[in-house]
Design a binder for this molecule. Structure first.
Ligand code: SF4
Length: 411
């Protein structure tokens, strides 16, 4: 989007209007539901194009990287498909130049006060269920310098929270610096003026570099928050998933994390219905969740993806059973989440105000990432807050996934 703007295009993100000259759809090709959503969006705009309301329709991103030939055949209304590394070709199609001076400049689609910062692309792991390396290739880290530059640009535009993302965060630096360098990156980003929160998403648990917890404890700007997708707890399933970790090692890692960062908020995701997952193996997972009491949990249902190594296994857990297991898992977590939220009543938290919605200001604590975690609701008739500001909020009530609070003192 920044490149197009730099070429004097008028760019609108996620427009509800259907009267643009050119529509570019960025797709996901990860699992069945994401592919379905991507295809439905392409078909919606193919219709719009057939009606003559738009001139050109282009598709880019992971779905077109993975299935370009099929898509070209099935949806001829699309003028061209581009893979994940073909931004220059897409720009050339629009007669726009790829401007190197714009690298590191961002036009964000998130609210002004937070931004995602992608620190690397691709993944060198070989998890048997995962199609990401097929689409995104091998791990490529961005340099610390370029990320700091981008963070400075974002901070200058009002960003206060950086949400670091990567397919695999802990591998950062191994390719370009020959050593895991996330701690160094965090130190460098912490020095950027204006940035107040730095949040970590998607860390692979096997051989986890535990010094990250020391850095988290040491640097106040690094949120005491870690998203560490664990996928399963049964050793047999973890082995079939090729996760290179056992339940015992996982438990030891969590114990270390909680010891080094006592108020750490742990977020994880689990995959249910993996080929051959028995009721007993699933039960092992539920027991692990009850015992560990994660702060945040998400559940995915296994999606049988061609060209992954798990594709050779039989997708033998019926769809209804996958759904039932995901529901059972989330019910267990709901109870845990409610208890944890209720324990917050009466305490004061620093909250970043994301938006105003109806009669409420809606924000998040340091332990909550946008869209996926809890929110703090503050009555807008009784409290005056500013979107994008931090505020000290006393929690007065709590439900499963929401907290309610009142302003104590503005920062
Ligand atoms: S670490 Fe994550 S992105 Fe990489 S292969 Fe495993 S699940 Fe996929």
């Amino acid at each position: 989007m920044t490149q197009l703007k730099g070429n004097d295009f008028e760019v609108v993100h996620d427009s509800a209007e259907e009267d643009a000259n050119v529509v570019i759809i960025n797709t996901c090709g990860f699992i069945d539901r994401a592919k379905e959503e991507s295809i439905n969006t392409i078909l919606q705009y193919a219709d719009v194009k057939n009606k003559g309301d738009i001139d050109k329709l282009y598709v880019t991103g992971c779905l077109s990287q993975r299935y370009r030939d099929d898509l070209e055949e099935e949806i001829p209304e699309v003028d061209a498909f581009f893979g994940t590394l073909e931004l220059p070709s897409l720009l050339a199609k629009l007669e726009a130049d790829y401007k190197h001076e714009l690298i590191g400049e961002r036009w964000t689609t998130t609210p002004q006060h937070f931004a995602y910062l992608k620190i690397s692309e691709g993944c060198n792991r070989t998890c048997s269920f995962c199609a990401i390396p097929l689409m995104r290739g091998k791990h490529i880290s961005r340099t610390i310098d370029s990320l700091v530059q981008e963070a400075k640009n974002l901070a200058r535009r009002g960003v206060k929270e950086l949400i670091l993302i990567a397919q695999e965060l802990t591998y950062y630096g191994l390719d370009i610096y020959k050593q895991r360098s996330l701690p160094e990156l965090l130190r460098a980003l912490s020095a950027v003026e204006g940035i107040e929160w730095i949040r970590l998403h998607y860390a692979y648990p096997s051989k986890f570099p535990v010094e990250i917890f020391d850095v988290m404890a040491e640097l106040p700007k690094v949120c005491n928050y870690l998203d560490i997708p664990l996928q399963h707890a049964s050793d047999a399933v973890l082995h079939r998933m090729r996760r290179q970790i056992t339940l015992k090692e996982t438990k030891a890692l969590i114990a270390t994390a909680r010891e080094k960062v006592p108020n750490l908020v742990l977020r994880t995701t689990f995959l249910v219905g993996f080929p051959g997952e028995t009721e007993a193996e699933f039960q092992e997972l539920l027991d692990f969740i009850k015992e560990t009491e994660f702060d945040r949990v998400g559940a995915f249902q296994y999606s049988h993806e061609e060209n992954t190594s798990a594709y050779d296994l039989e997708d033998d857990v019926p769809a209804e059973e996958k759904q039932a297991r995901a529901n059972r898992l989330m019910e267990v977590q709901q109870e845990i989440s409610l208890q944890k939220n209720q324990a917050m009543i009466g305490q004061i938290y620093k909250v970043l105000v994301d938006r105003k919605e109806g009669n409420f200001f809606v924000g998040r604590t340091e332990g909550d990432s946008p869209e996926v975690d809890n929110e703090v609701l503050v009555n807008a008739e009784e409290n005056y807050l500013r979107v994008g500001d931090f505020a000290m909020i006393k929690v007065t009530d709590a439900s499963d996934y929401d907290l309610f609070g009142a302003l104590v003192d503005k920062e």
